[in-house]
Design a protein around this ligand. Structure first.
Ligand SMILES: CC(C)(COP(=O)(O)OP(=O)(O)OC[C@H]1O[C@@H](n2cnc3c(N)ncnc32)[C@H](O)[C@@H]1OP(=O)(O)O)[C@@H](O)C(=O)NCCC(=O)NCCS
Length: 142
């Protein structure tokens, strides 16, 4: 288990770290076009960043003001150790404290099991986005 912690982050202060993780995981790791990696939500969203104790960024997640959770990424060498799970927990807390009680995301098919653990439920058919198969998943707070 790596010694990591998570914290809320913002685009102004943490852009370099957030972009670095997204570039490595999505652009280099999944061949997502760099032009699709940044978008109009970057400035206005909330973020969670996972870091090693020495401050090295290893994971990120984004919560858009419209309730969509996006850009969930963990560097390859740190996967399957609960880091995305901790970031999702933080995103849900962040959303609820902002009275955002319904969240949704476009899950890559391989990650459906992760989101189900946090009560996201599949809705609709699979579709392609950035060349990868996805399905919409929604979560409502009790
Ligand atoms: C998806 C991703 C963010 C998961 O990060 P992670 O830190 O490894 O996730 P966690 O360790 O918190 O996983 C918790 C649980 O989710 C499930 N899970 C996570 N990754 C999975 C995978 N690739 N396949 C199947 N189940 C997976 C497992 O149930 C896992 O629990 P377990 O390890 O006890 O079996 C990471 O693999 C990643 O960055 N992938 C590339 C980018 C990506 O696909 N992002 C998601 C876009 S929707």
């Amino acid at each position: 288990m790596p010694d990591f912690s998570t914290r809320t982050a913002n685009w102004n202060d943490d852009k370099a770290a957030l972009m670095q993780i997204r570039r490595v995981v999505f652009v280099e790791g999944q061949n997502v076009p760099a032009s699709l990696e940044s978008d109009d939500y970057d400035n206005d969203s909330w973020y969670v960043l996972a870091e090693l104790t020495n401050g090295t960024p290893i994971g990120c997640a984004r919560l858009q003001p419209n309730g969509k959770v996006t850009r969930i990424a963990v560097l390859d060498e740190f996967r399957r150790q609960g880091i995305a799970g901790q970031m999702l927990r933080d995103i849900i807390t962040l959303a609820e404290s902002n009275n955002m009680n319904t969240l949704y995301l476009h899950a890559q098919i391989s990650a459906i099991g992760l989101y189900e653990q946090f009560d996201f439920v599949q809705s609709g058919d699979q579709f392609e986005e950035a060349g990868i198969q996805h399905v919409k998943m929604t979560r409502s707070s009790a």
